[in-house]
Design a protein around this ligand. Structure first.
Ligand SMILES: C[S@@+](CC[C@H](N)C(=O)[O-])C[C@H]1O[C@@H](n2cnc3c(N)ncnc32)[C@H](O)[C@@H]1O
Length: 215
């Protein structure tokens, strides 16, 4: 998938992702995971109970939401910039889609109405290569999480990739990610995952779990 951004300055971030999700099947996208087990284990490790208010940022068509419903989580929201992605996820889930709150937003412009107890983001933050976008994301995440709440962010690690979906990405170590998030967050645990894409190439991810601290 190649971005048309360079050919057309009016081509927006939303246009890009709508185009991605109107093209190939989500199971063919490089980031696709049949069983996002690593995320699920980190989510369970937070001790979040079944009623916890949880948001998956840039969830796209991920099957994580299916696993979380299977695990009994009852208060799930999925935010994504792409209407097409959300429709794909809803269609896969069928009637179970009604148990999820779907939020079609750009995370850099999102303003949550109530706080969340858990924030999960796999493979979204690393697309924010602009400093102002990163600042907006961090400000929103800080406001959205109550003190003691957790954030799990998975990005390409320092040996990850230079591009994904035809877009530039920023790569992180736990320390550089914490430096971007700032003093409102404390690093609780980190782990790595070698993601094998549907085309059988390898991508190195780092997963970090942070706690929102009282300030
Ligand atoms: C690489 S995919 C990862 C999807 C999913 N998290 C997963 O792990 O399978 C990136 C997702 O983030 C969404 N996205 C990209 N930029 C976004 C933004 N600024 N705000 C909200 N969603 C965004 C895309 O539509 C896409 O679904």
């Amino acid at each position: 998938m190649t971005s048309q951004k360079t050919d057309n300055p009016a081509y927006s971030r939303k246009d890009h992702w709508e185009h991605v999700y109107s093209g190939k099947k989500s199971t063919e996208e490089s980031w696709y995971q049949q069983h996002p087990q690593h995320s699920l284990e980190l989510i369970k490790a937070t001790g979040a109970d079944a009623s916890a208010r949880i948001i998956d940022i840039g969830g796209g068509a991920t099957t994580l939401i299916d696993l979380m419903l299977d695990a009994g989580f009852q208060n799930l929201s999925v935010l994504d910039i792409s209407h097409n992605a959300i429709e794909q996820a809803k269609s896969r889930l069928g009637a179970r889609a009604d148990k999820v709150t779907w939020l079609e937003h750009d995370i850099t412009e999102f303003s949550p109405d109530e706080p969340y107890e858990l924030w999960h983001d796999r493979a979204v933050f690393h697309f924010l290569t602009d400093k102002l976008d990163r600042s907006s994301y961090v400000r929103t995440m800080s406001r959205a999480l109550k003190p003691g709440a957790h954030a799990i962010i998975a990005t390409f690690d320092l040996n990850g990739a230079e591009q994904c979906s035809g877009l530039d990405v920023a790569c992180y170590s736990p320390d550089t990610l914490l430096a971007v998030l700032g003093d409102n967050f404390q690093l609780v645990e980190t782990s790595t995952e070698v993601h094998v894409t549907p085309r059988v190439s390898k991508q190195n991810f780092v997963y970090c779990r942070f706690k929102r601290v009282v300030r």
